[in-house]
Write a protein that binds this ligand. Structure first.
Ligand SMILES: Nc1ncnc2c1ncn2[C@@H]1O[C@H](COP(=O)(O)OP(=O)(O)OP(=O)(O)O)[C@@H](O)[C@H]1O
Ligand SMILES: [Mg+2]
Length: 245
């Protein structure tokens, strides 16, 4: 073994027999292919390469992680039984900084790994953008600003991103319901969630609100759509923000 191994940069490392061998380099076609998909996924840098097994949240949320260990197995099952949809997941706690976004991104990476490997094993081309991270606060702020300033180009980018989020096989919708949505933004959010639920596409939501509160903050229709075929997982820990991983 040489120190040329690329394993610590590769999301496939723990699923790959060649990780930590001399064949594990940045020229590996599977590294290049998954790295491109990671770059397209819009995940913030600080959460790079997180998985359920290396997540720092696992130790403080053992019950949630036990459920999620079983949940990710359904990603592969869905290849063989397309009639069994992958459920959505709602991660919530009123306390900030206790690992909801971290866990949602770990799930996104778990999906990417299984989608990539599972597609190749079945002789299929993996999707170019199988996973996407949507920061709803940022999305709403950008939409409001573009509307206020009549910025047509930015509104077009907003709509293109919305379209991508509607159809991506696995979406993380981060921070649902933390800030009052304008009626226009709420309309787009409805359309997004409605489209995904109707088409059996799984989403991971994070929120500081119990799922029932969505009926009050948004409306009964959105609440109904979000909880459709959805595993609800409350987080109990204190804020760990600012602690070193
Ligand atoms: N249970 C935990 N153990 C160790 N570190 C943690 C834990 N939970 C969160 N962290 C760290 O704290 C920081 C914030 O975590 P994260 O963004 O996942 O929190 P969150 O629950 O999404 O917060 P918010 O409710 O404000 O969105 C990250 O750097 C993460 O690694
Ligand atoms: Mg968060």
């Amino acid at each position: 073994m040489t120190n040329a191994t690329n394993a610590k940069h590769c999301v496939l490392a723990h699923a790959c027999n060649l990780a930590n061998t001399t064949s594990c380099t940045r020229f590996c076609p599977h590294f290049i292919a998954t790295d491109a998909r990671l770059k397209a996924a819009n995940v913030p840098r600080e959460y790079r390469l997180l998985t359920l097994s290396n997540s720092p949240v696992r130790a403080s949320e053992p019950t949630v992680y036990k459920t999620l260990d079983a949940y990710v197995k359904t990603f592969i099952r869905a290849f063989n039984e397309p009639s069994e949809p992958i459920k959505s997941v709602y991660l919530y706690s009123p306390t900030p900084g206790n690992g909801k976004t971290t866990t949602a991104i770990a799930l996104l990476h778990e999906y990417l790994i299984r989608h990539y490997v599972g597609s190749l094993q079945r002789g299929r081309q993996p999707e170019q953008v199988p996973v996407y991270f949507l920061d709803l606060n940022d999305f709403q702020a950008r939409f409001n600003l573009a509307t206020m300033t009549n910025d047509e180009a930015e509104l077009e980018r907003f709509k293109a991103e919305l379209q991508r989020c509607k159809n991506v096989p696995f979406l993380v919708a981060d921070d649902l319901g933390v800030r009052d949505a304008t009626p226009a933004f709420r309309g787009y959010l409805h359309a997004l969630i409605n489209h995904r639920v109707t088409n059996g596409l799984p989403s991971v939501y994070t929120s500081n609100l119990p799922i029932e509160e969505l009926a009050r903050v948004f409306d009964a229709r959105l609440y109904d759509r979000v909880r459709d075929i959805c595993i609800v997982l409350p987080f109990g820990g204190e804020s760990k923000r600012g602690l070193r991983r």
